[in-house]
Design a protein around this ligand. Structure first.
Ligand code: PAP
Length: 334
């Protein structure tokens, strides 16, 4: 069966397992490695969920999908979008101890679709009955992995990206940290960087991932909002208003005057989330909650990447992104 066709019913379980075992694999720091599926390196632990999402998930008009390549601002975007969507029910304020962000990691509040679906029998139309009231989901898959039902529906997709230098650095820190907590052996920055440049990385190649959503946002700006981590850092309030408007729940003048926008910005800031007990302890997907909150700076790459690494990534950016009018201004932390 062609990979992009949508079977109306369940697939043959054996066909799925044969497909998976025929795909190229690579080792990774933790977990069961990476599997090359449709030109992207999918974590082997989630490959069944990714295939089920691609073939069988039924998107609804009301769905809002937060999409990203890992380490580009996913956790932050989840906190912001959740706070925006549920602001009538949960008053956003650092003083509101009853806000769900005080008791749950953002990843618990906005689940990854491919991880949710991973627990279900591979190749079967997923049983989403337990999730019918969920409107907000996240995903790390590239745009064209989303099922036809999402493309055809009125679903909205918000993609967050980040310059590749900080993304590479943040990813390496995450894996180095995760490694300390029980991973397999050392992996130097140089080795990680080499893999990253080759596209061998969680949901890599980085370039193709970004471009899949960039092109979609150019073609369907009313359905796909493309955000940059750097812009969100520079003016969080302005971009939060864009997010709310895109989600179909714009802030009213009264709310703005009441300081709701600023309260969400403050509540979802790295400094606030990082200090919450819920994010200092516990774990999710097998990783400690605290590993999702580090420095959150733009330009930290300058403290770690050698001039030749920077030049290499700049050249790749020029080659891959410039033809499509996508640019990053590279800032260094002072
Ligand atoms: P994920 O894809 O595994 O969920 P993701 O949240 O995309 O990770 O990326 C983590 C990065 O976002 C970390 O960046 P750093 O390594 O450069 O520090 C993390 O610190 C940053 N981050 C997490 N929460 C926030 C936040 N509230 N504001 C700004 N940056 C944040």
């Amino acid at each position: 069966m062609a990979e992009n066709s949508q079977p109306p019913n369940n697939d043959n379980q054996q066909e799925i397992e044969e497909l998976i075992s025929s795909l190229p694999k690579e080792k990774w720091w933790r977990g069961s490695g990476l599997t090359l599926y449709q030109n992207f390196w999918v974590p082997s632990d989630f490959i069944r969920g990714v295939i089920t999402l691609r073939r069988h998930f039924i998107g609804r008009d009301s769905n809002i999908l937060l999409a990203s390549k890992p380490k580009t601002g996913t956790t932050w975007l989840k906190a912001l979008a959740f706070s925006v969507l549920h602001r009538a029910q949960f008053r956003p304020s650092v003083a509101n101890a009853n806000h769900p962000l005080c008791s749950s990691n953002p990843h618990d509040l906005v689940p990854f679709l491919e991880i949710m679906l991973n627990g279900q029998p591979a190749g079967h139309v997923p049983d989403m009955s337990g999730f019918t009231d969920l409107q907000l989901f996240a995903t790390h898959v590239p745009y064209h992995f989303l099922p036809e039902s999402i493309h055809q529906s009125q679903s909205r997709v918000i993609y967050i990206c980040r310059n590749p230098l900080d993304t590479a650095l943040s990813s390496w820190h995450f894996w180095a940290q995760a490694n300390l907590e029980g991973g397999a052996g050392d992996w130097s920055m140089e080795e990680f960087f080499e893999n990253f440049c080759k596209g061998l990385d969680f949901y890599g190649p980085f370039w193709d991932h970004l471009l899949s959503y960039w092109k979609a946002s150019c073609e369907r700006p009313e359905r796909v909002l493309f955000l940059k981590y750097e812009d969100l850092k520079e003016d969080t309030a302005r971009n939060l208003k864009r997010i709310a408007e895109f989600m179909g729940v714009p802030f009213s003048k009264e709310e703005e005057l009441d300081g709701v926008v600023d309260q969400i910005v403050e509540m979802c800031s790295l400094s606030n989330l990082k200090e919450l007990d819920v994010n200092k302890t516990g774990d999710i997907f097998g990783y400690e909650n605290k590993t999702f909150f580090r420095k959150g700076e733009v330009g930290d790459w300058a403290n770690y990447l050698s001039p030749s690494m920077v030049e290499r990534l700049e050249n790749i950016m020029k080659e891959k992104f410039s033809p499509f009018g996508l640019y990053f201004t590279l800032k260094k932390t002072s």
